[in-house]
Design a protein. Structure first.
Lengths: 408, 408
């Protein structure tokens, strides 16, 4: 007998039929003797409908009141899910974030969980109930309803699993696990049975949209065993996210290939090479709340340096204006340019720690296809390159093949 | 400066435009220096939509979970209403029933209010906020969400007015007050500027559907000054419901005429006239949870008695079966019959206490039109008669004229 937290997203509760099929799955786990906590999102489309209603009244809605409205989406789903379980003869009880109480800070629309009172849920589980909890929402110390921001239901699931010391937190999505790369780009992409937490973090932050990054971080912090599964398939064990590295010989060097089309590159050319240049360039960018991803600085022979970094495409023009208005004259840069026709491709794997030559194999593979590398950034378990956007699919495909990630 | 509770029903918050117009009205009251608490229902149609969703899952939904779902209707409206007020530059803050805390018993879907914690609302009012409260909902001692049943938003308004010792509770509806009778039947019907609580109670229970009976009883118990107004008209003072009788000469004898097409008549003929007959007949009816309205017993010359009572039309067949199966043989009644082609017409007025001859004037008026009276029931401020359904409109019209209730 295990205590399992199962989290179902918006498409898994999109309508009464889907909710009934969710309930049938929970019933199968319950029949095996497990204690189950179900965390549900709002029915798909519902959150957007509620936000639209709010915006019809106020273009930039007050966040406290927006949370009051938006949190009703999950509240409807928990009631429906509890009813669907009862209809199958299973004792079930729903909880809003307030009822649990999932205590958060007061940062409306992007609150962070401070603590979870697990007492009542534990009591209900011991009394044989399946407990159904609204994802994405909490309550602050003054009783105000808060939401955790988009995708926050994953975080609710992981946080509940941590608070309840659950044996496993299962995240049901519309994919059946984490793949070596996006199967829409590489049809041979293979589902991973297991992936380390750090690899998952890199894959998620690099644009593999399976899990919300925050929930993965949370799972890592509290050592929650996380499993990604499909809510549309009866069979399959999904992908388990582990916190220990597997030291067996079978361990592949590379676990997966992530990519991202959302970034733009900004280059500051011909800056006099003096201490403090990086701060002078990036300080005003950070003050304007523009997130920076990769940063590269190369010193040239003539005593000047070229400084390149990437931002989200939507913020390229904002960043360019800031640099031209506030920075260029000040630091004496020769030229400032932006390019949003780029893509980032990363190879990820804890195995590369103990293998040499991974980077050179990656660069050779790309060179053989005539793909020019514009930027390189590395971490212990990842090598990311920026290439021309038009080469994205080709780069992912040849790397997938070069590192033998195809299905056996 | 007064403290005013304003309650708006579903049609008054049916869409963002209506909510904006509601906010504009609140703004005008606020500009006069009043403190305002707004109580809102769900957008019209929303409660039914949520009930339907629940029924798609479970035909007879568990009441606790149904309340979880249905209460989201008002929760969305309070957020929208607070936003609409903010958009007009007014400080506003919404409260769910749980947040207020409107403590109820645990009778889900028909809970009763036990107490209201007015502390936070008072503080917000003193800080210059308009406070927006979700009608129809509360929370039980264990933190479960409850609802007060259909129309319960009126009760929320009155209960809040009582707890806050408000100067007035204004109920905004789609009519502009209480009329001498239904203007669809008698176009000359006149809006009453003032009506006593007892008259209102009789008019409401007799089928004038302006206010929910429970809220009127509540207002009477806590001496809340209640005013019915139209949310679709800018002008007009509506109808004030008072708790003192006006002893001026102008006091009309009759305040209004109520009617009801929803009842059916059941007659038990030729019952031996012995003590305990009424209980033997009505006991099994009450046990089956069938509500009885009028009851009449006439003793005949032959030592038998005829016993007649009315029930809701929907329950006539159920009542007839009970009587035929369990009662008729037992008490030796000659015949049991039902008639659902009847209507009840009542004249209501505190003035009739001090005037003789009101009943005879009513009966003469009906006789002159050839309308046969099948049953009569009287109280201190009301005389009700049952007539053939086809005479309903005629009876209401001639009585309205006979008692000079037309607009001046």
């Amino acid at each position: 007998m295990a205590l399992i937290v199962q989290k179902y997203g918006g498409t898994s509760v999109a309508n009464p039929e889907r909710i009934k099929s969710l309930a049938a799955r929970v019933a199968r786990y319950k029949a095996l003797g497990h204690q189950i906590v179900v965390v549900v999102s709002a029915m798909s489309g519902e959150t957007n409908r509620l936000i639209s209603l709010a915006k019809e009244i106020m273009q930039d809605p007050d966040p406290r009141e927006l949370d009051v409205m938006v949190s009703t989406g999950e509240q409807v789903t928990i009631g429906m899910t509890a009813l669907a379980l009862m209809e199958l003869g299973i004792k079930a009880k729903s909880y809003t974030g307030t009822q649990v109480k999932i205590l958060t800070d007061n940062a409306h629309t992007k609150a962070r969980i401070l603590s979870i009172d697990e007492h009542n849920i534990k009591q209900d589980l011991d009394d044989g109930y399946v407990v159904v909890v609204a994802g994405f929402q909490g309550v602050d110390a003054n009783g105000n309803i808060t939401t955790l921001g988009r995708g926050g239901s994953d975080t609710t699931g992981v946080a509940l699993a941590a608070a309840l010391k659950a044996d496993e937190c299962q995240i049901y999505t519309d994919v059946d696990g984490v793949y070596t790369t996006d199967p829409r780009v590489v049809p041979e992409a293979r589902r991973l049975n297991k992936i380390t937490f750090e690899e998952m973090l890199e894959l998620a932050s690099q644009g593999s949209k399976v899990l919300q990054i925050r929930s993965v971080e949370f799972a890592g912090k509290y050592k929650v065993k996380l499993r990604v599964l499909s809510s549309f398939e009866e069979e399959g064990d999904g992908t388990l996210i582990t916190f220990e590295e597997d030291n067996t010989m079978e361990q592949p060097v590379i676990s997966g290939i992530a990519f991202n089309r959302d970034e733009a590159k900004i280059t500051v050319l011909g800056v006099p090479d003096k201490p403090g240049i990086a701060y002078q360039i990036l300080g005003p960018i950070a003050e304007a709340n523009v997130d920076v991803d990769m940063i590269i600085q190369n010193t040239g022979a003539d005593g000047t340096t070229d400084f390149t970094f990437t931002v989200h495409k939507n913020e390229m023009n904002k960043a360019l204006s800031i640099l031209r208005d506030k920075v260029q004259g000040h630091i004496g840069a020769r030229e400032i340019s932006g390019d949003d026709k780029i893509a980032k491709v990363s190879i990820v794997g804890v195995g590369m720690r103990s293998h040499v030559g991974i980077a050179s194999q990656m660069f050779r593979t790309l060179a053989e296809e005539g793909i020019n590398i514009q930027m390189i950034s590395t971490s212990e378990i990842k090598i990311a390159v920026v290439v021309d956007e038009k080469y994205l699919e080709l780069a992912v495909r040849v790397l997938h093949k070069a590192f033998e990630l195809e299905a056996a």
